[in-house]
Design a protein around this ligand. Structure first.
Ligand code: FE2
Length: 203
């Protein structure tokens, strides 16, 4: 059974350092995800169970930051949640990190071995990439620190913070493709649908 939203909030709170902003970022990602899920449910393309799972994954996607802020925080979070028995909930830690890349795009890195890349990627496949995965990816790409912003603004900020790189460029490209997929599922532009949320900040 999927973790309840209050249980996910409690788990996030348990691992939240008081002086760090990333838990508030997670709450904002969950807000965007909930907004998207509501519309997808109305359109009959997302079940209530998947809407709950999406919100739970959003709340917990960055929980690995309680261990490391490095590029492998997604893997850390995945291992943490899996060890607690929350395997489906753990998927969000991997999916927001790998972002729907093919295996060959994950392979070359100075940060991990080919064996590790294959193992991490294989944890997501099967099952294949889903609409739920796209919704989490786009929700994460719509929150800059703790403010909800358009995708392009968020990616420009990432280039500034971490330096321009093929990895980040591909993340931006995939997020745009996933936004198009969601727009088609919503029957309207995702950007227009999220517009009322832009600028919303959680202090
Ligand atoms: Fe995030």
């Amino acid at each position: 059974m999927t973790l309840s939203i209050p249980a996910a909030e409690a788990l996030l709170a348990k691992h939240s350092p008081a002086d760090e902003a990333w838990p508030r970022h997670c709450h904002q990602v969950a807000k965007v995800a909930r907004h998207i899920a509501e519309a997808l449910q109305k359109r009959g393309v997302m079940s209530p169970e998947d809407a709950q799972l999406l919100e739970v994954q959003s709340l917990l996607h960055d929980i690995g930051r309680s261990r490391t802020h490095g590029p492998l925080h997604g893997w850390s979070g995945y291992v943490m949640l899996r060890a607690l028995g929350h395997v489906r909930e753990a998927r969000g830690c991997l999916s927001h990190w790998l972002k729907g890349r093919d295996l060959h795009e994950v392979q070359p890195s100075r940060l991990w071995t080919a064996e590790f890349a294959t193992r991490a990627w294989s944890e997501l496949h099967p099952p294949p990439w889903t609409l739920l995965d796209s919704a989490l990816s786009v929700a994460d790409s719509s929150v800059q620190h703790t403010t909800i912003v358009p995708l392009r603004q968020r990616h420009e900020d990432l280039y500034t913070r971490y330096g321009d790189s093929p990895w980040l460029r591909r993340a931006a490209e995939l997020a745009e493709l996933q936004a198009e997929q969601l727009s088609a599922a919503l029957g309207c532009s995702l950007d227009a649908y999220l517009d009322p949320l832009f600028g919303d900040q959680l202090d």
